[in-house]
Design a binder for this molecule. Structure first.
Ligand SMILES: C[S@@+](CC[C@H](N)C(=O)[O-])C[C@H]1O[C@@H](n2cnc3c(N)ncnc32)[C@H](O)[C@@H]1O
Length: 228
């Protein structure tokens, strides 16, 4: 089993010696890799669907890891009890779904040392949820796989909300700027390209709503350019 760059990067953020849960585990590659390496002593592999959980079970059996794992069928972190694990991974799902899963079981979400979240879309919405609901974004990293850049968020509940001085930081995390992430420029360039395509699509169109959209989009591009 060879982990892809995205999965390897997620795995690298797990702390040594900690018990983890991988929610929406599907193939189970991350926990199996970390157990085989001896990074972690125990993992709970969970998925809401039977097929993916059976994939994970096969992987666990093939690697002789039955004693170090628990496989659970169910939604989100509802499958966990408080203090069963130290860190939780939720990767490969939408940002809104991830925030709903955290909201659905606050007792567990608030109790763990670290949540490693890798939203496939709605990253902005997820950051808004986290910062407005007492979570601190401890770190963020970018990883490129094929042509896509993925955002990985490390977060922890502190009970304190964070107010950002500008909405743009929901879209481009401050942590990426602070860390001068090696992929930051390419990540922002991709966003500028996307917003320029929106402006192109509006060419030749008129009206108040179109004008407002054009101005908002231009303002975002200007802010993005300043971040580079
Ligand atoms: C695209 S796969 C991601 C697999 C793996 N985590 C990764 O990042 O490669 C999404 C997985 O999440 C599972 N899933 C979707 N909604 C879920 C939920 N509410 N609770 C747990 N698992 C869920 C799906 O069954 C699927 O196996």
């Amino acid at each position: 089993m060879k982990l892809t760059d995205r999965l390897l990067k997620i795995a690298s953020l797990v702390s040594k010696g900690k018990k983890i849960a991988d929610i929406g585990t599907d193939h189970g590659y991350i926990p199996v890799y970390l157990l085989n390496k001896g990074t972690i002593p125990f993992a709970i592999l969970a998925d809401v669907n039977k097929g993916p959980l059976e994939n994970a079970r096969k992987e666990v059996k093939y690697n002789n890891l039955i004693d170090k794992t628990d496989l659970r069928l169910g939604s989100g972190i509802g499958v966990l009890k408080k203090d069963e694990v130290d860190e939780i991974i939720i990767a490969g799902m939408g940002g809104i779904l991830i925030s709903e899963l955290l909201e659905a079981n606050k007792e567990v979400a608030h109790s763990v040392d670290k949540l490693i979240l890798q939203p496939m879309q709605a990253q902005e919405e997820l950051r808004k949820y986290l910062l407005g609901n007492g979570y601190e974004i401890v770190n963020e990293v970018l990883v490129k796989e094929d042509f896509r850049i993925y955002e990985i968020i490390e977060t922890k509940y502190t009970g304190k909300n964070t107010i950002l001085e500008d909405e743009i930081y929901f879209e481009v995390s401050k942590k990426l700027i602070e860390n001068n992430d090696p992929l930051l420029k390419e990540f922002i360039d991709k966003k500028i390209y996307k917003y320029n395509s929106i402006i192109k699509k509006l060419e030749g169109k008129n009206g108040e709503a179109v004008e407002a959209k054009r101005n908002d989009t231009k303002a975002i591009i200007e802010k993005l350019n300043k971040l580079i």
